[in-house]
Design a protein around this ligand. Structure first.
Ligand code: UFG
Length: 327
């Protein structure tokens, strides 16, 4: 009775491993370490280094460890890169999920919790975004995640593999004990970039566009704490283990913060100047993405505790100060 966490050495995966172990699950991490970090893997988790597209490897690990459920984070996740190299995203994300589902089907594994994204909605038709808001991805990354959701839907119909797709909004923050945090190369996300500027590792933050149709002209996002997000995966697994049907949930806070507001809050939290300049818009950025997380609260009983921008920035800042060069 073990849970396979695919991509468990990555930023979100490693935090979810912590949450699953805290709940008492036996965890097997599978990660190819292309973007993940060995140091991020919990000492109580078993670790297999390998690629989810390698079916023989996956079959052997699943059989040896008696895998009964899967939590799937293993994917490429850079929006910009996905536009210039879409085939990488269809191969790693879509094909990797196909192999995972084949292995699950062959071995009779019935539960998968899946890391999806607000990028499946594209430029949303309504705010806050509900799970019923039409999906219309604007880049191959979001498209690949929507394709993965659809593969799971059809595998549920055909083989009874039940899934929960968790559509994350903007995930940030770090574990409260600062043992793990966000370390990407290259870094593209706003919160770590702001904190690298606070540490003096970057000269300044570039604000990508100040002419959006928002109160201060900069893009609005919904920031969710990685520890709360991880807890939602534990609840989703529990939901499936209790025999519930496949489902999709948004994970966010229902509150939007602009890029300028995030920089301002980071100046307060860090007491650093954090120079910022206005730069051109980044291609493909929707102006506003704010979730309605009501369904996750009602159905899964999700109760975010740390999802406010001050706590998100404080925990991320503690991680960045204690790991100025990452892992
Ligand atoms: N931004 C800047 N300067 C920077 C970096 C970001 O102004 O140096 C802005 C972006 O333009 C955006 C906001 O800060 O308006 C947040 O950008 P992030 O790159 O941190 O996050 P995104 O909203 O682009 O993307 C995140 C995830 C994606 C996911 C998407 C939608 O990183 O994987 O949310 O769910 F697809």
């Amino acid at each position: 009775m073990s849970i396979a966490v695919l991509g468990g050495a990555g930023y979100i995966g490693s935090h979810a491993v912590q949450a699953l172990i805290k709940k008492g699950e036996k965890v097997v991490v599978i990660d190819n370490l292309l973007t993940g970090h060995k140091e991020a893997i919990h000492e109580e988790a078993l670790f297999y280094e390998g690629d989810i597209r390698d079916k023989e490897f996956m079959l052997s690990v699943f059989k040896k460890e008696g895998i009964t459920g899967v939590v799937h984070f293993a994917a490429s996740s850079l929006v910009g890169e996905s536009v210039t190299n879409p085939l990488k995203y269809f191969n790693n994300n879509v094909h990797g999920t196909q192999i995972t589902l084949e292995v699950m089907q062959e071995l009779g594994v019935k539960h998968i919790v899946f890391s999806s994204t607000a990028a499946t909605y594209g430029e949303p038709e309504e705010t806050p975004i509900k799970e019923t808001t039409p999906t219309n991805p604007k880049n191959p990354y979001g498209e690949s995640k929507l394709m993965m959701e659809k593969m799971m839907k059809w595998c549920d119909e055909a083989y009874g593999i039940k899934f929960v797709a968790l559509r994350y909004f903007n995930v940030a923050g770090a574990s409260l004990d600062t043992s793990i945090g966000e370390d990407h190369t290259p870094e593209t996300h706003l919160v770590p970039i702001i904190l690298e500027a606070a540490l003096g590792k970057r000269e300044q933050v570039s604000i990508f566009g100040d002419d959006y149709d928002t109160p201060d002209g900069t893009c609005i996002r919904d920031y969710v704490h990685v520890v709360d997000l991880s807890d939602a995966h534990v609840l989703a697994l529990d939901y499936l283990q209790k025999g519930n049907d496949s489902n999709i949930f948004n994970l966010g806070s229902a509150d939007g913060f602009s890029v300028k507001e995030m920089i301002e809050e980071a100046r307060k939290v860090t007491t650093k100047e954090i120079p910022a300049v206005i730069a051109p818009r980044r291609a493909g950025d929707p102006s506003t993405l704010v979730a309605s997380p009501e369904k996750a609260k009602e159905v899964l009983g999700w109760k975010p505790q740390y999802t406010n921008v001050t706590t998100i920035l404080e925990t991320a800042w503690a991680w960045h100060q204690s790991h100025p060069n990452g892992y």
